[in-house]
Design a protein around this ligand. Structure first.
Ligand code: FAD
Length: 323
């Protein structure tokens, strides 16, 4: 059996994507425990591309140099990866549970007959068996799965493994595409960049998160003031974003971002499964809600039953008075 663990690396500009750094973290952990090698796989970049230095956490980089692969094209990427995985047979293939991962993982799994662990929250080897934890029902259930298959694919859920980044001159193997890229089933037309994120809530240590219970757009400033006093930023549940009170980049949850801050203060958020999916792994959760039976209290370390429009300013005052 191969001793290689592959990480399908995605880039944002010239920097390795957070999801791929976390997949590298998962790969490194499994590799160190079992004397295996980590190979970062890149499609569409030249072997001399300086951006490959950001994959220094891997033992080696394998890049398929064809410029036709630089922009993500599911049909072409699957075609190339299917050929590479069949030929080289790495034992474990990790990718982010991202839009690209969701395209590649299931397709490759079906083509290669290799099992896929989607929404993977934990992963380790037990001898030659791969043991993974996958989440169901938006994280309400965690399921442990194991497989001794010769090749296993896994899509790493955001925030589940520590991101590993290292800038260095890593050994690069640059190859031509092993298959023809002619006549793709789909054609890349262009990249439409979503609204510019004013802030990256996934990197914040303190999040003051507001839900529908905040009442109206004018009250968001109450959360902003507390966030400023604590050196944090404001995030939100989906209804707040849907109403246009905050931008989509601030949304936490299933269709938003997964966050893991040191402090997550949920103000006027009920705790629907789709919201919990994005924040339940925060180090410390504090909830403010007028309804003592709100499900958010089931995951909160501290809870206050009360009106958040009164409690948020009181907290800001208390923090500010500490100097
Ligand atoms: C496919 C899908 C994806 C989804 N993705 C997401 C997602 O990414 N993120 C997300 O958040 N949701 C998502 N949702 C929606 C989710 O199901 C919930 O509807 C949403 O999380 C509820 O938001 P909320 O808690 O702000 O509002 P509500 O559920 O309406 O809760 C408001 C809470 O505020 C409390 N409250 C009212 N007044 C006050 C006050 N003055 N002070 C304190 N508390 C008060 C109420 O008691 C209540 O508990 C998704 C749903 C689906 C179907």
């Amino acid at each position: 059996m191969s001793d290689e663990i592959w990480v399908l690396a995605e880039f944002v500009g010239d920097q390795v994507a957070q999801a791929s750094s976390e997949a590298l973290g998962a790969a490194k952990r499994s590799a160190e425990a079992g004397g295996r090698r980590v190979v970062a796989v890149v499609l569409g970049r030249d072997g001399g591309d300086p951006a490959l230095r950001s994959l220094g956490a891997a033992d080696t980089v394998l890049t398929v140099q064809d410029p036709g692969l630089k922009d993500f094209s599911p049909a072409l990427h699957v075609r190339v990866l299917e050929a590479l995985l069949s030929d080289r047979k790495p034992r474990l293939v990790l990718m982010g549970n991202t839009a690209a991962g969701l395209e590649l993982g299931p397709d490759l799994s079906a083509r290669l007959g290799s099992p896929l662990i989607a929404y993977c929250r934990n992963l380790e080897f037990s001898g030659d068996t791969v043991v993974g934890t996958t989440q169901l029902y938006g994280g309400k259930l965690l399921l442990e799965v194991e497989t001794a298959a010769a090749q296993v694919l896994a899509m790493v859920a955001a925030g589940s493994f520590p991101a590993v980044t290292e800038e260095r001159d890593v050994l690069v193997e640059a190859i031509a595409s092993p298959v023809s890229l002619a006549d793709p089933e789909t054609v890349f037309l262009g990249l439409e960049v979503a609204e510019t994120a004013d802030v990256d809530i996934t990197q914040a240590d303190v999040l003051i998160s507001v839900g529908r219970g905040i009442g109206d757009a004018g009250n968001i400033s109450l959360a902003e003031e507390l966030a400023e006093a604590l050196g944090g930023v404001v995030s939100a549940s989906r209804p707040v974003v849907d109403q246009g009170w905050l931008t989509k980049s601030r949304q936490v949850g299933k269709s938003g971002k997964t966050v893991k801050p040191k402090l997550y203060l949920a103000a006027g958020i009920s705790g629907a499964p789709e919201h919990l999916e994005g924040m339940r792994d925060a180090d410390l959760i504090v909830a403010i809600n007028t309804d003592a039976a709100a499900p958010i209290f089931e995951v909160a370390d501290y809870g206050v039953v009360g009106d958040c429009t009164e409690i948020l300013p009181a907290l800001t005052e208390a923090v500010s008075s500490q100097g």
